[in-house]
Design a protein around this ligand. Structure first.
Ligand SMILES: [Zn+2]
Ligand SMILES: [Zn+2]
Length: 310
């Protein structure tokens, strides 16, 4: 089955983006994305496009800024979902996730560290969300934590270690398609998902994503990913750089891939473009464990595979 590249989090001038839906879709199409979710704040932006190859999946960023900043992407919905407020952050997050699931959509917990809105204690109370933004392309979403605050990747491990099955994603959260591309601006091309699906139809992409049949990346590209109960095998193609550069593949990078387990513990590391991990045998049958990989490039870009639950 082929891989399809997509971005799940994008803004247009229907909310606080600087460009029309046409211009935004055009950027992603020119940069060889296969699908795109336009996720304006509390707005369902629909663009009818017959003359393109890019698949547009309807979406919305359900956005609350008062009394707390809780943003949740609703992916694959048919009509706008109004934000809901409850008595605390975790209950508010849960209520909005539940509304997305009721509407038949996929729920993505966005940038927990934006305004330091959500920490691991909130996230581990929540059930049923499909995705967590482990990487968000904006500098002010503080993916990496610090100063006593956990990174989003650490929060992901906290959730996974408590048997909350949630897939990680990397997204652009792009707003700025005009003017210069710079670190301080919210430009496209920084984080994406690669979905393994039979073909590029909305149903197939959404079903594959629901089942975790994808990896997510800020640059590292795989040509092969094999995950089963005995092994995880990866073949790395190179670094896909497309921030305004129209798909440049860097092939002379060096790579290290980590096998990560419960509580984020790194249990093995392999250097090179061909990676093969044997899944350790679990001795106690009642014990629960998961394994995931993280590939780090010498360019600084990263790709993550989804957890295998054992
Ligand atoms: Zn947001
Ligand atoms: Zn956003």
């Amino acid at each position: 089955m082929p891989w399809f590249k997509g971005n799940l989090h994008t803004h247009t001038n229907k909310s606080d983006g600087d460009s029309s839906p046409e211009v935004v879709v055009d950027w992603y199409e020119k940069n060889k994305y296969d699908f795109l979710v336009l996720s304006d704040h509390n707005h369902l932006t629909i663009l009818e496009k017959d003359d393109t190859n890019i698949l547009l999946i309807p979406g919305e960023e359900i956005t609350l800024n008062v009394p707390y900043s809780i943003h949740v992407n609703a992916i694959g919905i048919k009509k706008v979902i109004e934000p809901t407020i409850r008595t605390n952050k975790a209950k508010t997050l849960q209520a909005n996730i539940d509304n997305i699931i009721t509407a038949g959509g996929l729920a993505e917990i966005n940038h927990p560290n934006f305004r330091w809105a959500l920490d691991e204690d909130d996230l581990v109370q929540v059930r049923g969300a499909h995705f967590l933004e482990v990487f968000n392309g904006n500098f002010n979403t503080h993916n990496y934590g610090g100063g006593g605050k956990k990174s989003v990747e650490e929060m992901w491990d906290q959730m996974l270690s408590r048997k909350i099955q949630i897939w990680g994603v990397a997204v652009d959260d792009s707003h700025h398609f005009q003017g210069e591309f710079a670190l301080s601006r919210h430009n496209p091309g920084r984080g994406w998902v690669q979905v393994f699906a039979e073909n590029l139809s909305m149903n197939n992409i959404l079903e594959s994503m629901r089942n975790g049949n994808f990896y997510f990346s800020t640059g590292v590209k795989f040509k092969e990913v094999v995950i089963d109960k005995e092994k995880i095998e990866l073949k790395i193609t190179g670094d896909d750089v497309n921030e305004g550069l129209s798909n440049t593949l860097i092939t002379d990078s060096k790579y290290t891939t980590q096998l990560i387990s419960k509580n984020g513990e790194i249990i093995e590391e392999i250097n090179g473009k061909k990676v093969s991990f044997s899944i350790p045998k679990i001795t106690d049958k009642d014990d629960y464990i998961y394994f995931r990989t993280k590939t780090l490039s010498s360019t600084g870009s990263v790709a993550w595979t989804q957890p295998l639950f054992v």
